[in-house]
Design a protein around this ligand. Structure first.
Ligand code: ADP
Ligand code: MG
Length: 349
């Protein structure tokens, strides 16, 4: 088990920089997700941690030890490409034993390790089964077993469930998290799916165009997004942004928006007057006749217990999550009230 620290990690391919100086720490035993759209540099970062790619600049520390120039095989890190790719002509025990056999380990020792791994994964009863007969969950366990049997310090997984359909993926996610909790090994999980990252990870690094925009717990990232990119990428529907030319001066404690005064959160210290955007999550909006921000209902999408109602205002289109029982008429004028303590202020200059 291990703590992984990445310091100012940069990777350029000729003129193109894929990763721009990332810094973050992955705690020992954590389930850490790297989340971001396709092409943002997740795989490149993971390959550098694994030792499959040399950084252009920066350091990788494993339990405080600099391993930046150590070759992949000497890092004790398992890179899991695809959780379902098993050798079809071997049974479960042979699949798990394979990496040790390649290392030239003695037969008796291999057998002990395979037993121990199978016990941890609760698949002892399957050791002599053919892999083609296994359920999806058991296949995933065997694939993990094959990675675990070498007793790596950490697991790196690059979109391991990407090829599965949504329902099955959801099931495999909870299974994977449960296995992690039982085994306790540091896991770095790469995904472009925010729901996967939010539901599985202890900590998430949100990446955009080669930069880590924010690192934090799912709740921190959801409640206090550090940038408009993060606010927009997390949550479905995403956060609304109400742009206005209010401005904020150093020392201001509140902003006034449509006659309503909102206490100012993070910004407020050394902030020059600037165009601002108020970020508000759809679930923190309700309709109120007296509210000063007004708009016309554009549409409503029924989702069972809730509905997403879109309203056109002078500050742009706003999505509100309301109970399905709320009566909404397309075209009617409504007032929007925001939970002021949940607003996030962004500088858009
Ligand atoms: P992600 O995994 O987030 O989708 P990648 O790390 O695979 O992103 O890629 C980040 C960027 O770096 C992409 O624009 C990709 O085209 C580029 N890239 C990745 N590997 C190479 C390479 N070997 N040579 C040149 N460009 C690369
Ligand atoms: Mg990738």
């Amino acid at each position: 088990m291990a703590q992984i620290r990445v310091e100012n990690l940069r990777k350029s391919f000729d003129q193109f920089t894929a990763v721009h100086g990332s810094t973050f720490t992955i705690d020992d035993g954590a389930f850490f997700a790297m989340l971001g759209p396709s092409g943002c540099g997740k795989t490149t970062t993971l390959r550098m941690i694994a030792g499959l790619e040399l950084p252009t600049e920066g350091k990788i520390l494993l339990d405080g030890e600099d391993v930046t120039f150590r070759r992949a095989a000497a890092r004790d890190i398992a890179f899991v490409f695809q959780l379902f790719a098993l050798y079809p002509h071997m049974n479960v025990a042979e699949n798990i034993a394979f990496p040790l056999k390649c290392q030239g380990m003695a037969k008796r020792e291999i057998s002990g390790r395979v037993q121990e791994t199978a016990r941890l994964l609760r698949i002892e009863h399957l050791l002599s089964s053919k892999t083609s007969k296994l359920s999806g969950g058991d296949r995933q366990r065997v694939a993990l077993g094959r990675a675990m049997v070498r007793r790596p310090k950490a697991f790196l997984m690059d979109e391991p469930l990407g090829a599965l359909d949504a329902e099955f993926r959801h099931l495999m996610c909870s299974e994977l998290r449960e296995l992690h909790d039982r085994i306790g090994a540091t896991t770095v999980y790469v995904t472009h799916d925010q729901l996967e990252a939010m539901s599985m990870a202890d900590q998430i690094a949100v990446m955009n165009k080669g930069c880590v925009e924010q690192t934090g717990s799912p709740q921190e990232i959801y409640d206090r997004p550090a940038s408009m990119f993060v606010a927009d990428f997390i949550g479905s529907p995403p956060m609304n942004f109400l742009r206005f030319e209010g401005g904020l001066r150093t020392g201001d404690r509140a902003i006034v928006f449509h006659d309503t005064s909102f206490a100012v959160p993070e910004i407020g210290q050394d902030c020059a007057p600037a165009p601002l955007a108020l970020g508000v999550r759809p679930e923190h909006i309700r309709f109120s006749d007296a509210a000063p921000v007004r708009g016309e209902v554009f549409g409503a999408e029924y989702l069972g217990t809730t509905q997403i109602v879109t309203v056109d205002t002078a500050h742009g289109r706003v999505a509100a999550r309301l109970p399905s029982s709320a009566m909404v008429r397309i075209g009617e004028t409504v007032g929007l009230e925001f939970r002021s303590e949940r607003l996030v202020l962004f500088d858009v200059s």
